[in-house]
Each structure stands twice: as structure tokens, then as C-alpha cells.
Design a protein. Structure first.
Length: 240
């Protein structure tokens, strides 16, 4: 295989960075929180589109739903269903429950309960590895409470922007007796100066219907950006 100059330069860069000592988990988390506060101060909400795909191969069931989402200035999300097709049970019960759950979790009084912060998690540095040709620090996260809003697993933190680029794991609390296990991967991508969800993939193994896979694709983001002076003022308030 012939290496392109861009790929070769990236490999050389990653190899050189591998020789540098790892920062502590506390240092990475502190920078992650600082950068996250700055980005939240600059982001005045956004709009976007999502595609939900639910599949159960055991029962040969499949459903799709397309929705628009508006994230308000306070982080609350509002959804509008554009279309839905396929598996009727998913369309009438599963999809609405998913949207209702995320709407609840996005409320300001609830959102702090699910954020990846030192108040909610303990962190342990594991290593570093590239994601989409960007170096990321890998850390184990352990929830400090058995809450449905928290997870047990790993996060990948972009080494340049100190933004969460990937989360992989399982819920800290089993959501139901009827569910044997849940495993998920959340991926984020940089859109302008912000890191926003790109894809979610989860597999839920239920006691009756078996494994069901859910994929969520995010696209057509339109962030609303504050003015620089307003961003600095908001960031200052967040840091206090």
C-alpha cells in the first residue's frame, strides 16, 4: 500500500506524540471542563436533523424515523417528527418514548445529572489513540451514583480541543428488568468550533425479543453563535 503524504505526516506526528508522557486524568478533566464551559457560552442553541433506525434481525423487524430537533439556549431540546415507517410497534411506542426521554434529560435541572463532570464521575487515564486522524486521550469513567442518567465505560477526549469525541459503555443502572444488557457507542464530530453528536449506536438485549440495534444519525446542524462579548460574559458566570 502506498502512503499518501497526508497520511504519512499523520503517522509520523502520532508516533512522535506517543513518546511524550501522558498527562494526568485530573489535568485532562480540568481542561475538558474549561473548554466545555467556553463552548457552551458561545453556543446559543442549534437546529438539526436526525434519522433513527431500529432493527431486530431475530424477528425481521425494522423501522425508521426522521425528526428535526431544535436545541434552545438553555439546552432544552424540542423534536418534530417528519416521517416514520416500518415496524408499527417501534413507530407507536419505542420512538415516542425515546424522544420523550431525551426531552426530559435535556431539561436544565436534569441535564447536570448526566454531564461528564467530576461531580458525577471518577476518571482514570488509560492511554491515547487516534480518532478520525486526531489524537485523543482515553479514560475510564466510573459513575459516583447508580443513576439512569450516568454510564459505565470509557471516553475519548480530543487532545487539542479537549472535547469528548467518543463515549462507549453501558448504563450505570439497568433501565428495566426486561432488559438483560445495553451496550452503546456515541461519536461526536467537530462542526465549526463546536463538537456535536454524529452517530449513536446501541444494542439492547431484551429477555423476550432478543437483541435490537438502534442507530441515530445526526446531520444538517445549524449552530446559533453568540457574539464574542456575550460569550465571555457567560463563560465568566459559568466559571464562578
Amino acid at each position: 500500500m502506498r502512503l499518501t503524504p497526508l497520511l504519512l505526516a499523520f503517522i509520523v506526528s502520532v508516533t512522535a506524540q506517543d513518546s511524550t508522557p501522558l498527562p494526568s486524568a485530573s489535568d485532562v478533566v480540568a481542561k475538558m471542563m474549561e473548554h466545555d464551559n467556553q463552548r457552551q457560552a458561545a453556543l446559543h442553541g442549534y437546529t438539526g436533523v436526525r434519522r433513527y433506525i431500529l432493527e431486530n434481525t431475530r424477528h425481521r423487524k425494522r423501522a425508521e424515523m426522521l425528526v428535526t430537533v431544535a436545541c434552545l439556549d438553555n439546552g432544552t431540546k424540542e423534536f418534530q417528527t417528519v416521517s416514520a415507517s416500518g415496524w408499527s410497534t417501534a413507530r407507536s411506542h419505542v420512538f415516542p418514548k425515546l424522544l420523550d426521554g431525551e426531552t426530559e434529560a435535556s431539561r436544565p435541572d436534569v441535564r447536570e445529572l448526566s454531564r461528564i463532570t467530576p461531580q458525577n464521575y471518577s476518571f482514570e487515564m488509560v492511554g491515547k489513540e487516534p480518532i478520525n486522524q486526531r489524537l485523543a486521550y482515553v479514560m475510564e469513567i466510573t459513575p459516583k451514583a447508580q443513576s439512569k442518567y450516568l454510564v459505565q465505560g470509557r471516553i475519548w477526549v480530543d487532545a487539542e480541543d479537549y472535547a469528548v469525541a467518543r463515549v462507549e459503555g453501558k448504563p450505570a443502572k439497568n433501565p428495566s428488568f426486561w432488559i438483560k444488557s445495553v451496550h452503546f457507542v456515541h461519536s461526536y464530530e467537530k462542526t465549526g468550533q463546536f463538537w456535536l453528536p454524529a452517530t449513536d449506536r446501541s444494542v439492547t438485549d431484551a429477555r423476550i425479543i432478543g437483541a435490537t440495534e438502534l442507530t441515530i444519525e445526526y446531520f444538517d446542524y445549524a449552530p446559533n453563535v453568540r457574539t464574542l462579548s456575550a460569550s465571555r460574559e457567560s463563560a465568566s458566570r459559568s466559571a464562578q
